[in-house]
Design a protein around this ligand. Structure first.
Ligand code: AMP
Length: 122
């Protein structure tokens, strides 16, 4: 799949549309989901142009991969939901493609927490 430079997260990364930012560094950006599904619903995205997790696994550098994974834990700490910080935990997931229910084709990890998240799959 060709990366669409006009997807909504690309526009957020370019500052063309606003977001409620949680964290940013050279490699990742994190912000609150616009339609929260749980008390806490955050997104963590790489700054590079990757459509989905498979695209990322195939093309991203080792540094980009490690920074994204570290970014998820760092954001969880900032949100007070990390077990490492005496939080109560969270769920992180990636939707991938049509069957996975992916709507925005810029890789993003969801973080759900702040309450019991419930069954893994409905
Ligand atoms: P997915 O179905 O995994 O592709 O998830 C896309 C997510 O992006 C949904 O949870 C949307 O609510 C969220 N979303 C769409 N537009 C925005 C936006 N402008 N700011 C923050 N989150 C957004």
């Amino acid at each position: 799949m060709i990366y669409d430079k006009n997807n909504i997260f690309a526009k957020i990364l370019r500052g063309e549309i606003p977001c409620k930012k949680i964290y940013e560094n050279e490699y990742v950006l994190s912000f609150y989901d616009i339609e929260p599904q749980k008390k806490i619903h955050a997104l963590v995205i790489p700054k590079g142009e990757y459509t989905d997790l498979d695209d990322f696994s195939e093309k991203a550098s080792e540094k980009e991969i490690s920074e994204l994974i570290k970014g998820i834990s760092l954001v969880a700490k900032k949100l007070g939901i990390s077990l490492a910080d005496n939080g109560k935990g969270y769920r992180s997931l990636v939707n991938l493609g049509e069957h996975g229910g992916q709507e925005v084709f810029h890789l993003h990890f969801h973080l759900f927490g702040g309450e019991k998240v419930g069954k893994m799959v409905n």
